[in-house]
Design a protein around this ligand. Structure first.
Ligand code: HGY
Ligand code: MN
Ligand code: MN
Length: 416
């Protein structure tokens, strides 16, 4: 291994290796409870064991590694991120946080270092929520907030989450046992690519995250009337896809021009899906986020009002289902201060920035104070195969995380 990058060389090598595990050759897609999930988990659990951790898969498919402190059984500093991906994803979103944390523990183990606390590294099984539209499944299970009703959600392949979990070899009714207690966790820290352009603009390799923007997701269904594309006059149509087009434009219109507010329709299906048939049914996703909860809530109300007006005007039946909601989550000031000290120790100036992207810390905040370290990524690109982080930035990030871990001062005894 080159001495230039003590930690980054192996991290980059593993990013590439994990990035090859996909359901589709030539593009990266890895969803929960899939054969790719299992292969990725086996790889990560092996890396955790090589780093001197006891490693296991928990009841929802998270990969959990534990490196004991000076005495066994001490409360832990929990590190982690997710190892599922979006469709046609980049290799860094999620895995960088898991693999860097493992490499930091391996470095402690190489030096025979035992801290006055345990270190746990968690690879979360499903943060993106691609397969079942809900999100943060792995971290909400650990936080004890997993909603069992989600087990009835159906994926594109027609399997419910319950069936997928069973087929994966886990017991859906045992997911509750993945829950951890606040008293065993000093704090949760996640290292993640920024997925935005700020660090690049400031020419900084790392930054301190202040807060994670709240998000709401909906599944919208419009029912009209299928018909012959050649014979039904325009004035007599109940075209569900034309109605959806109006709705999608309304989402965009409501979210433009407000700082920190974004709205996206990322998924849509139209049935029956033939060129010469007027679409009778359309289903699409809506993802609304804002740095402030009140702005997001006001926007939700306006958007749903617009959808109702469009459906009424076009004589379409409208069904609205909320599939996810999480308020804006603040990173703890005491953790931001210790992250800033670690960044300074690496010789970098400190900048603080919010996260427009969602992260597992949003769920983990229910059982621990959270902190996040952002890492510069090229052009701020993410959720795209062009996602990339330079090796020098990986090294800066890994050394920052390692310094944070070695100098971590628990805030108070973990709260019960
Ligand atoms: O959607 C998000 O912000 C995250 O990538 N799950
Ligand atoms: Mn993502
Ligand atoms: Mn992510």
């Amino acid at each position: 291994m080159s001495d230039r990058y003590r930690l980054a060389d192996r991290i980059v090598e593993r990013i590439e290796e994990l990035g090859e595990i996909s359901e589709t050759p030539g593009m990266l897609t890895r969803v929960c409870f899939s054969p790719e999930h299992r292969r990725a988990a086996d790889l990560i659990l092996g890396w955790m064991r090589d780093a001197g951790m006891a490693a296991r898969m928990d009841e929802i498919g998270n990969a959990v590694g534990r490196y004991e402190g000076a005495q066994p059984g001490l409360p832990c500093l929990m590190l982690g991120s997710h190892y599922d991906t979006v469709r046609d994803a980049g290799k860094w979103d999620g895995p960088l946080g898991v693999i860097t944390a493992i490499e930091c523990v391996a470095d402690l183990a190489r030096r025979g270092l035992r801290l006055p606390l345990a270190i746990e590294v968690v690879g979360f099984a499903d943060e993106e929520g691609v397969r079942f539209s809900s999100t943060l499944l792995g971290s909400s299970a650990i936080a004890g907030t997993f909603d069992k009703r989600l087990l009835d959600a159906k994926g594109r392949d027609g399997l419910t989450m319950r069936e997928a979990v069973l087929a994966f070899g886990l017991e859906p009714d045992a997911i509750g046992r993945a829950a951890r207690k606040r008293c065993g966790i000093h704090a949760y820290i996640e290292l993640h690519i920024e997925q935005g352009p700020v660090l690049e603009e400031k020419d900084l390799p790392v930054g301190v995250v202040t807060a994670i923007s709240g998000a709401s997701r909906f599944r919208i269904e419009l029912d009209g009337r299928a018909g012959h594309a050649g014979t039904v006059p325009m004035t007599l149509r109940r075209d569900a896809l034309a109605g959806a087009a109006d709705c999608i434009a309304a989402v965009e219109r409501r979210c433009c021009g407000v700082a920190g507010l974004v709205g996206t329709v990322g998924q849509i299906t139209a049935e029956p899906g033939a060129t010469n048939v007027i679409p009778g049914r359309v289903s699409f996703s809506v993802d609304l986020r804002a740095s402030e909860d009140q702005i997001r809530e006001n926007t939700i109300a306006r958007v749903l009002e617009d959808l109702r007006e469009i459906a009424a005007r076009r004589n379409l039946r409208l069904a609205i289902a909320k599939t996810h909601e999480c308020g804006t989550v603040q990173c703890a000031v005491w953790l931001r201060e210790q992250i800033a000290a670690a960044i300074k120790a690496g010789g970098h100036s400190v900048t603080e920035l919010p996260s427009g992207a969602g992260h597992d810390g949003m769920a983990m905040a229910d059982i621990a104070d959270i902190g996040m370290i952002f890492v510069r990524c090229r052009d701020g690109v993410s959720h795209h195969p062009d996602e990339h982080t330079e090796t020098a930035d990986v090294e800066a990030a890994a050394l920052t995380l390692l310094h944070f871990i070695e100098n971590f001062k628990p805030h108070t005894e973990p709260r019960i």
